[in-house]
Design a protein around this ligand. Structure first.
Ligand code: ATP
Length: 245
């Protein structure tokens, strides 16, 4: 099946653009660019632009989902698999929404809902061709790109190839099952990619060892002080991950 895939030479934000043009995407489609001037992260943070050197991609899903809050987890898994299939690289997932390569962040993911339209937007930023000097100058010591990881890259071509692969087979292959069953069928795969498990984490209100990701997509932590906790929202930082894998 053909899914709409729209390229924009430059955009303020692919998630915002997608929200404003929902009728262009049908049940599943995507928009992408290599320049995004107003990238967003979680909790009001910024996803830094590198014009012509990165992929900024949003997949639009216009479908009822039984467990939309686990979309960031599914998006990480799909992106890790597409990157592996195209480049042979093994990204690890930093729960809930980042991909790391060699301990540094190569992908950031921000999923948003459009409740009144019954749509979901899966925003994915992938660093492609930024050299190390870019991350140093941008104050992103934990950032990485395909280039800094030793993958030969042509940003324009790879942005096209990745955007196509993320859309189809990528999301189009898994969204129908995810819509009906949620994250459960994908969890064992997610766990094998998840860098947090077995590591010390700190989070709003405590710290402990991350043990598992449960069927609600929550991180199960054995808190040093209070025993088992299940964390869904909020801030989790994982000690010793960046630069240390
Ligand atoms: P972290 O644990 O790394 O702070 P997070 O999941 O809390 O991640 P996100 O909202 O996913 O944060 O992403 C925003 C953060 O990612 C920024 O605060 C910045 O530290 C980092 N960042 C921003 N742009 C880039 C980029 N292009 N490449 C790598 N890292 C970036």
């Amino acid at each position: 099946m053909n899914h709409p895939l729209i390229y924009l030479p430059s955009v303020d934000n692919t998630n915002t653009w997608a929200k404003e043009h929902l009728d262009r995407f049908g049940a599943l489609g995507a928009v992408y660019s290599t320049s995004q001037t107003a990238g967003r992260g979680r909790l009001g943070r910024t996803w830094v632009n590198a014009a012509g050197q990165a992929l900024y991609y949003s997949c639009v899903v216009h479908e009822d989902l039984v467990q939309p809050e686990t979309l960031p987890l599914l998006s990480c898994l799909v992106t890790a698999k597409v990157l592996h299939g195209l480049y042979g690289i093994d990204c690890r997932i930093k729960w809930p929404n980042d991909l790391l390569l060699d301990g540094k962040k190569i992908v950031g993911i921000l999923c948003e809902g459009v409740p009144d339209k019954g749509a979901w937007i899966l925003g994915i930023g992938i660093n492609l061709a930024q050299p190390q000097s870019y991350f140093d100058a941008a104050g992103l010591p934990n950032g990485a790109s395909l280039l800094t990881s030793g993958v030969p890259v042509c940003a324009e071509r790879d942005a096209d190839v990745l955007a196509a692969g993320l859309t189809e087979p990528g999301f189009s292959a898994v969204i129908p099952r995810f819509a009906r069953e949620g994250i459960a069928p994908f969890l064992s795969d997610y766990r094998t990619h998840c860098v947090n498990l077995g590591r010390h984490v700190s989070y709003d209100g405590g710290e402990g060892t991350a043990l598992d990701v449960d069927t609600d997509g929550r991180l199960v932590v054995c808190d040093d002080a209070t025993g088992e906790r299940r964390i869904f929202t909020g801030e989790v930082s994982v000690r010793g991950v960046y630069g240390a894998v």
